[in-house]
Design a binder for this molecule. Structure first.
Ligand code: GAL
Length: 724
């Protein structure tokens, strides 16, 4: 049988290209995932990660004749990696986004071994996405997980689970590829239900090395849906004379996903308007080296905070942890291969095709993935290249359609779905079918959390407007806005601070008002939402007064009161947003209410009503000064593995706990216990909030973080580090 060893711990690292014989004391000890350096959260210069670094790891190996072959599996190294074992060059891998494996066997020694990975994080024009300008930073390092995998000579290489006729007479086909033909062996597949019970098994003799296992008669199965994403497992076992010699498990789901011409998207035979955002894998301070917890949290934010039903992994394959969480919570994914506007020469295209293959072979069992992106985002037509990408995707996966993102209408359509970046600030009438909007907003309206009220509101309303138009057009399958989160970028883009402030959340994943719009579109049965998209600081408005204020809510109506004066009850604006499930609500007549009060600013109260009953409340005091400092750790516990991290959110709030608009303060943090702060300390809080990360060291125990700022009581957060 195989053994898979987690291989993230006890690496040595030096931010330089050193000789294979360089002494260990040149290196520092690190744990993966790792960024080749840490950054501030803005003003990141891409030159700062563009260098060659060296990773080294010593390990002992005791040969086991039943597992003669040893692989090193990388989930992702940015941007190119040269791997040596005991001084022997094994592989030079190009491409930072897809996984790759290195066979260590030819250079493996019994006893001590030394592994060296030379990582080239320069923006090499021979590797996608580079060769021209690119609107995002790639960062550097061995930034995802690494595993060691010991296997028998004849082992399972890949398993592709294909549910068939899901809605009528469910069947299952399991395509298995072995490392070599095995005429004397048998393959068995077991189907395991979400509760862990084996509900069916099937066998086939003599894999050649490809084999197809079939489950033709299945007991009733639960569908993978957005609300109840039932996950099944297929376990494939290789048997010699009835004894298992290797086994691989793969999670999957029973679901259908279909784009229909002129009729949008159907999940399990039911029409579903796609409503989502694009995600870059970029985080503050740590570049792209986010551990599993943060990857999973991004999926949760998209689904539960923002109420999205789809995310696009712009513009490359993303972390397995992110995709696993999308499977578990029911969030659809459009996954695309790496590139941005530019198509390189034949060798460059070969790297792109290899990454496309690796992406599909890794990810084709994820029920969350409904579409493969097989064009370089926003590139020109190139029928020769895109015939190859489409053919490859279809050959590797006959169950999913392809898309290819372009930013112009009427290009040559070699894909199954016309995926289009629509920057018309509305919705262009589709020219091809099926049609999915894969970007809008973005650079058309960059918005910072500390921008003035008008800009924050217009940003939110641009997202509301486009979604209203797409929802009203049956020929549009859905729209995926640009973008979920702000991200670091190159000099040609962004706001001079090398950040594209295009997110509906900032780079810390803290909401702007556009996030409130997304949040408010979910059903109140899931969560009642009532958000004020205004500062309740009337002097910040032109003329020193605002007569109206915007509310995002899924309530039927909202009552507003200022002091003791009822302003009125207000309903969703269906006239301007006829197709949104929950149009924005405008509160009007504030000036009249204030006049009644002799212009004395009172507290603002909002009550949201559902079916005539109060369902949500908000209260904003007239005094909007910061009165409290809050510190919140997203996680209560972390694994004491040297890599696990949680976000620490710092907030300056008014006396009732609302963000204090434009509060600017320096906050200093102190840590007691075996954890490290990742971020700027002291931290400059702007526009009421910001965040750092707390990273576990290796000892279990309690960690206490204290935040202090002038004039306000200190705040603390406690996190427990758990033994592995
Ligand atoms: C698009 C591009 C994205 C991003 C966006 C900004 O053209 O595909 O990567 O740059 O613009 O709005």
């Amino acid at each position: 049988m195989r053994t898979v060893y987690p291989f993230n711990a006890d690496w040595l690292y030096v931010a330089d290209h050193v000789d294979l014989t360089a002494p260990d004391d040149l290196f520092e000890k690190i744990t993966l995932p790792h960024t080749n350096r840490l950054f501030t959260h803005r003003n990141v210069d891409n030159l700062d990660y563009q260098f060659i670094s060296t990773y080294r790891k010593h390990f002992d190996w005791t040969p086991d004749p039943s597992q003669p072959q040893l692989f090193l599996d990388f989930d992702g190294v940015m941007l190119a990696a040269t791997v040596y074992l005991n001084g022997v060059l094994l592989v030079e891998h190009l491409g930072g986004f897809a996984p790759f494996s290195v066979d260590l066997t030819p250079a493996l020694a019994a006893g001590p071994n030394t592994l060296t990975v030379v990582v080239d994080s320069r923006e090499r024009p021979d590797v996608p996405p580079f060769g021209h300008r690119v609107d995002y930073l790639t960062f550097g390092g061995i930034y995802r997980d690494v595993y060691l995998r010991a296997v028998p000579a004849c082992h399972i290489d890949n398993v592709f689970v294909r549910p068939q006729e899901v809605l009528s007479q469910p069947r299952l086909e399991v395509a298995v590829r072995l490392s070599q033909p095995a005429p004397e062996l048998t393959l068995r597949a077991s189907l395991i239900d979400p509760a862990g019970a084996v509900i069916a098994t099937t066998e086939t003799p003599a894999p050649q090395p490809d084999a197809l296992l079939r489950f033709d008669h299945l007991p009733p199965v639960a569908l993978w849906t957005l609300d109840q994403p039932a996950l099944y497992t297929v376990e494939v076992t290789l048997l010699a004379a009835g004894q298992p010699t290797d086994a691989v498990s793969s999670r999957f789901g029973f679901r259908t996903a279909e784009f229909r011409p002129d009729d949008g998207f159907y999940l399990n035979g039911q029409r579903l308007k796609l409503f989502g955002l694009n995600r870059h894998q970029i985080y503050p301070y740590i570049g792209v080296a986010a551990p599993a917890r943060l990857q999973r949290q991004d999926a949760e934010i998209l689904k539960f905070e923002l109420g999205c039903n789809i995310v696009r992994t712009s513009h490359y394959p993303q972390s397995p942890h992110f995709l696993n969480r999308c499977d578990e919570i029911g969030l659809l994914v459009f996954e695309e291969f790496a590139g941005w506007q530019h198509i390189g020469d034949a060798a460059w295209q070969q790297v792109a095709l290899a990454e496309l293959r690796a992406m599909i072979e890794r990810d084709r069992n994820h029920p969350c993935i409904i579409l493969w992106g097989v064009r370089i985002n926003e590139s020109a037509d190139d029928d020769a290249f895109y015939s190859r990408t489409n053919a490859l995707a279809h050959a590797l996966d006959d169950t999913r359609p392809t898309g290819g993102v372009r930013d112009f209408l009427s290009s040559s359509l070699l894909e199954d779905v016309y995926t289009f970046n629509d920057f018309s600030n509305s919705v262009a009438e589709p020219t091809r079918q099926p049609h999915l909007i894969t970007e809008f907003a973005g650079h058309m309206y960059p918005t910072k959390s500390w921008d003035g009220e008008e800009r924050m509101v217009d940003h939110a309303l641009l997202h509301a407007h486009v979604h209203d138009r797409q929802m009203g057009n049956r020929r549009v399958a859905g729209a995926i806005g640009w973008a979920a989160f702000d991200y670091n970028t190159h000099i040609e883009f962004g706001s001079g601070d090398r950040i594209c402030h295009h997110g509906v959340m900032d780079i810390f994943r803290l909401p702007k008002w556009a996030a409130y719009f997304y949040e408010s579109q979910q059903s109140p049965a899931r969560r009642v939402v009532l958000r004020l998209a205004a500062h309740w600081a009337l002097g910040d408005s032109a003329g020193g007064a605002a007569d109206s204020m915007l509310v995002f809510s899924n309530c039927d109506e909202v009552e507003a009161t200022v002091g003791e004066q009822v302003v009125g009850r207000f309903q969703p604006n269906r006239a301007d947003y006829p197709s949104l499930p929950h149009p924005p609500i405008t509160i009007r007549g504030l000036n009249t209410a204030l006049a009644h009060n002799q212009y004395k600013l009172g507290d603002l109260r909002l009550v949201g009503y559902l079916d005539g009953q109060p369902a949500a409340r908000l209260e904003f005091p007239a005094d909007r000064l910061p009165r409290r400092l809050l510190l919140t750790a997203d996680a209560d516990t972390l694994a004491a593995d040297g890599a696990d991290m949680t976000r620490l959110v710092i907030q300056l709030v008014d006396q009732l706990g609302n963000p204090a608009p434009f509060a600017i303060k320096i906050v200093t943090l102190e840590v007691e216990g075996e954890a490290e702060l990742i971020g700027e300390n002291p931290f400059p809080v702007v526009a009421s909030n910001g965040a750092l990360y707390l990273k576990a060291r290796h000892q279990p125990g309690l960690v206490r973080v204290t935040a202090k700022t002038d004039g306000l009581p200190a705040a603390t957060a406690t996190v427990e580090l758990l033994a592995l």
